[in-house]
Design a protein around this ligand. Structure first.
Ligand SMILES: [Zn+2]
Length: 416
């Protein structure tokens, strides 16, 4: 069945411009033609979206879909694999309804192989949902983010008992862990490397893994043909990883000028996840007071460096991907808040949208299929009634979503 879609404005994911009077011809699952005032082929259905701005189906490159609501994050150790898997499905469905047709799952928590089943069942069409690219676990070593047993560290017997199998030390452990992740279905490797702001660890400036361990992860993954990304904050750790040939990183929130220049030259990507840091950057006292004493100290100490890091990232030419990283402040599918942060940080609408479409498609390794509106790509499209250029909250209302030529219902976000 052919569909001719008449667009209001169009952003095709390639050109940093809004195109007017464009039509997109969809033939079954794929885009057949894109052009100005296309003739209507015989028997084609006309879809009039002239009241909307049309973009490629958006992509969120940092989603923690293993929880149903962020408010239940503290109970994640006590959930079943089934519950965890259904949470992935729930979040993939909510993402699709909000115009995000693909997501990259960045594993977190003790469970996670169920994400592979979700990915398969969505791909086979048993359930509607955003296409998933999956890292089942974010692994690391004892006492760092990802090791949830550290919350019981006052009782070492209990803590050791609770320590997940993907937490360990030594090059052999990490090489083995990379092989296990890939064996059980992960599409890429995600690892924790530096500490963090909110967990009871050594802090965001600390690098937990040795060079030998880092090399074991990157080399093993690359031998098996899979890319590697890492949770990292400080410049000195990013520089080490760039020198080792890592494919990309997540956060990079303590970016400095020297690292930014090296980053630009390397061509590696950065999924910068702005929104989770917004309360820290703005030193929102209400938010800071909700945390432990240890976290409050870290948040106050690092706020100026976070502000500076944000400025450096935004004014750099680093290959930025768009990812929301919501498990502590918003629901995993509320990617619209990340758009708001990019816009309020001075990023143009077109650069933000390019990050969330063609750049992210490359980061996910699905650029041959999606991320742009051009003939031969799968027909993943989203339509927006609010002004993407002027309105930082434009993604709160999705008015149209198509994945692989099929139109799905949309769902909007109640603004907090
Ligand atoms: Zn994350």
């Amino acid at each position: 069945m052919r569909k001719l879609i008449r667009c209001g404005k169009l952003f095709d994911g390639i050109h940093e411009e809004w195109q007017k009077d464009m039509d997109v011809l969809v033939d079954d699952r794929k885009i057949a033609m894109v052009g100005c005032h296309l003739p209507v082929p015989e028997g084609a259905e006309i879809m009039d979206l002239r009241h909307l701005t049309v973009t490629p189906g958006l992509i969120d490159a940092h989603v923690h879909g293993h929880i149903l609501t962020w408010q239940e994050m503290d109970t994640v150790l006590f959930q079943s694999e089934g519950y965890n898997t259904l949470a992935y499905l729930h979040n993939a469905q909510r993402c699709l309804e909000r115009g995000f047709t693909s997501i990259r799952v960045t594993g977190l928590g003790p469970l996670g192989f169920g994400a592979v089943d979700c990915r398969k069942l969505i791909d086979r069409g048993f359930f509607p949902g955003a296409r998933m690219v999956v890292a089942c676990h974010a692994f690391g070593c004892p006492g760092m983010p990802g090791d949830m047993s550290m919350h019981a560290a006052a009782n070492p017997y209990l803590s050791d008992f609770m320590q997940p199998s993907f937490i360990g030390s030594g090059a052999d452990f990490f090489a083995n862990q990379v092989r296990r992740e890939i064996k059980y279905g992960s599409d890429y490797i995600k690892t924790f490397i530096s500490g963090s702001f909110l967990s009871p660890d050594g802090g965001p400036d600390v690098c937990y893994l040795s060079d030998t361990e880092l090399r074991a992860i990157i080399e093993t993954a690359h031998e098996l043909g899979k890319p590697v990304t890492a949770h990292v904050y400080p410049g000195h750790v990013m520089r080490r990883l760039l020198a080792m040939g890592i494919d990309g990183m997540e956060h990079g929130a303590l970016m400095d000028e020297e690292t930014a220049r090296l980053y630009e030259e390397s061509g590696a990507y950065l999924v910068s996840t702005f929104a989770p840091f917004q309360d820290m950057i703005e030193e929102n006292e209400e938010f800071i007071a909700q945390n432990t004493e240890d976290a409050q100290k870290k948040l106050r100490k690092y706020a100026p460096l976070l502000r500076r890091g944000r400025e450096i990232i935004c004014s750099s030419r680093i290959r930025l991907g768009f990812g929301s990283d919501f498990w502590a402040v918003h629901q995993p599918y509320e990617s619209c808040y990340e758009y708001r942060c990019w816009r309020r940080s001075g990023m143009s609408a077109l650069r933000t949208l390019r990050a969330a479409t063609s750049v992210n498609a490359e980061i996910l390794g699905i650029q041959d299929k999606v991320g742009t509106i051009e003939p031969g790509k799968l027909a993943d499209l989203a339509g927006w009634s609010r002004d993407l250029e002027q309105d930082p909250d434009a993604l709160f209302e999705c008015s149209f979503v198509m994945k692989e030529g099929t139109v799905y219902p949309t769902g909007n976000i109640v603004k907090e």
